[in-house]
Design a protein around this ligand. Structure first.
Ligand code: BEZ
Ligand code: FE
Length: 291
């Protein structure tokens, strides 16, 4: 094209693809550049604004390392991570939700009934549930990887005061698909705000809070892996999660219980609970691999 114009630049770009371009890459790049060009035309993007955007991405690169990925966080607060999640979430099972950056590989295996709180103080919650297939049949031997913040709102990887695997554990469902454990009630917390994402949230009048949650990764042979979270129904940020992770089937009531109702056996804390606690039942329905 000898005379590139705002009207023909998109088609000109598309004509430059080589014949042996991978078809999926061709589809993605075609759509991406169509929307990108249309975005610039529609907003009449100025040089200054374009530079600010690139500066934000450069800053994201600067603060990204093995421990922190600001690009993922940017995708999270723009709703892109959750949208991709929902597009690929199976209708057969429990909704998926964002993984977030704080999962740790190889969490310590724990027996059902174990307690995650260690020395940390907070309201005890007793979490139980059943892993099931879409027809309601129990799935035995599913692994249930759990992680959460400490009562100070920090994950172990953010907090030098915590052990590496603090509030991380791997459970296995029993022959009836059940799992159970105790922990302290997680708290609402903010996503990291000391980088470009924080600046963007601030500039657009948004807060950085997530409603409190427990993270789950559930795996069983023959089923799709489920990455999800469970939220209490009384959290003030439930309707305004900054990373758009809340789905109605993931919101559970944390039922208050008196201390003397704590099970006398079957839990690491049996016989040791002297304060009222809450109970949450969260069943996990796994979609079949073939669906
Ligand atoms: C999290 O829930 O751990 C999380 C998710 C997205 C961004 C930051 C944190
Ligand atoms: Fe989280």
């Amino acid at each position: 094209m000898r005379n590139v114009t705002p009207d023909n630049i998109t088609d000109t770009f598309l004509s430059y693809f080589g014949d042996d371009t991978d078809p999926r890459l061709l589809e993605i790049m075609t759509s991406l550049v169509r929307h990108l060009h249309q975005f610039a035309r529609e907003t009449e993007l100025t040089h200054d604004e374009w530079n600010k955007g690139l500066e934000l991405l450069r800053w994201a690169g600067d603060v990204t390392d093995d421990e922190r990925n600001e690009f993922v966080l940017l995708s999270d607060v723009l709703g892109l991570s959750s949208l991709i999640d929902m597009i690929h979430s199976s209708e057969q099972g429990t909704s998926s939700s964002v993984l977030g950056p704080f999962h740790i590989s190889n969490p310590p295996a724990k027996d059902n009934g174990a307690d995650l709180s260690g020395e940390h103080k907070g309201e005890t919650i007793l979490v139980t549930g059943q892993v099931k297939d879409p027809d309601g049949h129990p799935i035995a031997d599913a692994t249930i990887d759990i992680w959460q913040t400490a009562p100070n709102g920090l994950y172990s990887s953010q907090d030098p005061e915590q052990d590496t695997y603090s509030f991380h554990a791997l459970f296995t469902s029993d022959e009836n698909g059940h799992y159970r454990f105790t922990t302290v009630r997680p708290v609402s917390y903010t996503v990291p705000t000391d980088g470009p994402v924080g600046t963007l949230l601030d500039a657009t009048g948004r807060h950085p809070w997530r409603p409190s949650h427990l993270h789950y990764i559930v795996k069983a042979e023959g089923y799709k892996t489920l990455v999800t979270e469970v939220f209490p129904d009384d959290d003030p940020y439930l309707d305004e999660d900054t990373v758009f992770g809340v789905r109605s089937d993931l919101v559970m009531s944390y039922q208050p219980q008196s201390a003397d109702s704590f099970p006398a056996e079957g839990y690491e804390l049996s016989g040791k609970v002297s304060s009222d606690y809450s109970r949450v039942d969260f069943d996990l329905i796994l979609a079949r691999d073939s669906d």
